[in-house]
Design a protein around this ligand. Structure first.
Ligand SMILES: Nc1ncnc2c1ncn2[C@@H]1O[C@H](COP(=O)(O)OP(=O)(O)O)[C@@H](O)[C@H]1O
Ligand SMILES: [Mg+2]
Length: 351
């Protein structure tokens, strides 16, 4: 039996997505293989061992019953590989073989937590601190991939300072991209702060909104294409799932479409020729390696009517809910959800 610690919640704007993701992981992890320790992190960043009912997690009520939450932490001090659970002035230790951060976004997926785990010496699921940080930040991801001829949308980067000091210059740079454009914070997820801007008069408000979430804002040319996602897993020699396709059934794949409404249609496998699908899967693995990923990531593309595929973004801890693309893409290839978890744990322990 392995001691598997699932971390959930977290300070990011994707807190609620994590609650759903972790519920699926807990429900599907093979009880014959794992002793689960569940640690919830509140919206304001407090860590608790949680030993209450699973159903209370998705309802966001897990933190409400003091009987089931116990202050806890993973120490950066290398040693015992355990969770420290604080009971008043004393503490007890729960041994951990591997940590699965089932969390998304800032302080969860962006290298912060991964840095702590690296210091602790406890193996964990997903890319390391450096790769997580590069992949979470769209500005950095694009900068790295530009060195390797990976096709990407044209982009202008705008900082809060430029926005405040010389918006006219920003507007002129953006005009060269041609409207519509997409505006997004460099390092959020779940489409938070993302908007489609059709005319120059709407640009400023869109950038100001995105700048609430990040100092750096991306303004991208609009890519008129179908949305294709590829799940990748592995370490030095990663494997790609079949391609999946999302038709948002709305203006674009915004937060509402992702988690609230049910307009979106999903195609697994994507409606692509074998040649296009193989080329995209191969490129997904190349991107994964170039960005130094290990464990898992989901790589997202646009596929245009002319047959061009354009990299959009990478997610190192993608959604893991029962309806999320990452597990579903590997399940289409014959793995069960439980086996996807097993593989990720194996990759975490392999190094
Ligand atoms: N350059 C673009 N052209 C067309 N649609 C885009 C573009 N950038 C983003 N989108 C749309 O916005 C959604 C969210 O943007 P994305 O870059 O994936 O951010 P997030 O990390 O929040 O998922 C995409 O799934 C897509 O529907
Ligand atoms: Mg996305």
């Amino acid at each position: 039996m392995l001691n598997l610690c699932c971390l959930f919640g977290g300070e990011s704007t994707e807190y609620e997505v994590s609650l759903r993701s972790v519920t699926s992981v807990i429900e599907n992890a093979d009880p014959a293989k794992y002793i689960l320790t569940t640690v919830g992190i509140t919206r304001d960043g407090k860590w608790y061992l949680y030993d209450g009912p699973i159903a209370a997690i998705a309802r966001d009520e897990w933190w409400k019953d003091p009987a089931h939450i116990h202050p806890a932490m993973i120490s950066p001090s290398k040693g015992d590989r355990c969770l420290l659970v604080l009971d008043g002035t004393t503490y007890r230790k729960i041994p951990l073989d591997v940590v699965f951060p089932v969390m998304h976004g800032a302080h969860c997926e962006d290298g912060t937590l991964q840095g702590l785990l690296e210091l602790s010496g406890i193996p964990f699921v997903g890319p390391d601190c450096r790769s997580s940080a590069v992949c979470m930040d769209k500005f950095s991801t694009k900068a790295v991939l530009n060195n390797f001829m990976i096709p990407q949308a044209k982009v202008e980067f705008v900082t809060r300072r430029e926005l405040a000091e010389d918006f006219d210059a920003v507007a002129a740079r953006v005009a060269a991209l041609g409207y519509p454009v997409f505006v997004k914070p460099s390092a959020t997820g779940s489409s938070i702060g993302v908007s489609k801007v059709r005319t120059p008069d709407a640009l400023r408000a869109a950038i100001e909104n995105a700048a609430k979430f990040d100092d750096v804002v991306l303004v991208e040319e609009f890519i008129d294409g179908r949305e294709i996602e590829v799940a990748v897993m592995g370490n030095a020699d990663p494997i790609a799932s079949v391609c999946g396709e999302i038709d948002p059934g709305s203006d674009f794949y915004d937060y509402e479409t992702k988690y609230v409404s049910d307009t979106a249609s999903y195609y697994i496998p994507a409606r692509l020729s074998d040649e296009a699908s193989d080329a995209i899967r191969k490129t997904a693995c190349e991107i994964y390696r170039r960005l130094g990923c290990k464990g898992l990531s989901r790589v997202d593309f646009f596929y245009t009517a002319e047959g061009r595929y354009i990299f959009n973004e990478i997610n190192t801890l993608p959604g893991f809910t029962s309806i999320s693309m990452y597990p579903k893409l590997f399940m289409a290839g014959g793995l069960t959800y439980a086996e996807v978890i097993d593989r990720l744990v194996e990759y975490a322990l392999a190094e």
